[in-house]
Design a protein around this ligand. Structure first.
Ligand code: G
Ligand code: G
Ligand code: MN
Ligand code: NA
Length: 252
């Protein structure tokens, strides 16, 4: 509860920060987008991971406010980079299912795109598979998709509902979970999972990106098996906006 109260004030106190992790297209050999990742630099406790505080924000009901802050910041930042670099980079924002429960959510996104001037096709939202997704949440996703926003399934393959999810949802991209990537050199089953998921993406005509790629061997295996988009420490760690800007300037 105390952490929750601090979290409530974190935005006003400038304790929240968005970092960015570049995403690579191996065929093109360049950065094609970034994932926005939230960070909380707590005044006394230091850095706290989103996996710790997002669940609290969800429970206490201010994930909507925090999520809106991230969405606005990430869209504004990407618009600035477009102006600066004249490159069609995308920005990917993680979404809590709780944000979809807010009936004003889609209108908020439209408003943010208008305010920042970012074109919808350069925004992607990442959602985690959720078997219990309700019809009104599905409808919200459908509206976002109709606007031209890309929708990717995060942590794909780690939950129970993967395939039916792809049938029910207006998805454009699969994020191959890092747990499979980790086993590329050591685990036959992880290699089989990766090949199967890439084949699913092809069948559904979806884009696919592998995350958590840390070694050259992993990258080679992925590319050899048809996954050309890659995100991970092997290429870039998540970085501050300033560092990201330098990286983008150098890689364009
Ligand atoms: O970047 P890191 O590994 O610390 O992220 C941990 C988890 O927090 C990941 O599951 C990531 O998707 C999630 N996360 C990061 N930023 C956000 C955000 O802005 N909103 C939501 N809902 N989740 C986020
Ligand atoms: O759940 P989601 O996929 O959004 O979480 C992404 C998380 O993975 C972020 O916290 C990010 O910091 C982390 N991450 C990104 N690249 C790598 C990597 O190469 N290795 C590991 N272990 N974590 C990574
Ligand atoms: Mn993600
Ligand atoms: Na993930």
């Amino acid at each position: 509860l105390e952490m929750g109260n601090h979290l409530r004030q974190s935005m006003d106190r400038n304790e929240l920060e968005i970092v960015y992790q570049p995403q690579i297209d191996c065929q093109l050999g360049k950065v094609i987008g970034v994932e926005a990742l939230l960070r909380w630099n707590h005044t006394t406790k230091g850095y706290i991971s989103p996996s710790e505080f997002i669940p609290i924000a969800e429970e206490m009901g201010f994930i909507v406010a925090i999520g809106e802050w991230v969405m606005r910041g990430a869209c504004q930042q990407m618009k600035d980079w477009h102006n600066m670099l004249q490159e069609p980079l995308t920005v990917s924002v993680n979404l809590s299912v709780k944000q979809l429960n807010d009936e004003r959510f889609v209108d908020k996104v439209i408003q943010i795109l208008e305010e920042t001037g970012l074109e919808a096709k350069y925004l992607e939202i990442e959602i985690t598979e959720n078997v219990a997704m309700r019809d009104d949440q599905l409808e919200a996703l459908g509206r976002l998709r109709k606007l031209g926003i890309a929708i990717s399934v995060d942590d794909f393959g780690t939950h129970y509902s993967s395939l039916s999810y792809l049938k029910r949802f207006p998805v454009t991209k699969i994020k191959l979970d890092q747990s499979f990537v980790r086993g590329v050199q050591t685990d036959d089953k992880d290699r089989a999972m990766i090949k199967a998921i890439i084949s699913v993406a092809k069948s559904f005509q979806l884009q696919i990106i592998a995350e958590g790629v840390e070694t050259e061997e992993q990258a080679r295996f992925l590319v050899a098996n048809g996954c050309s988009q890659i995100q991970g420490y092997y290429f870039f760690q998540p970085m501050s906006a300033d560092q990201t800007q330098v990286t983008l300037q150098m890689s364009m």
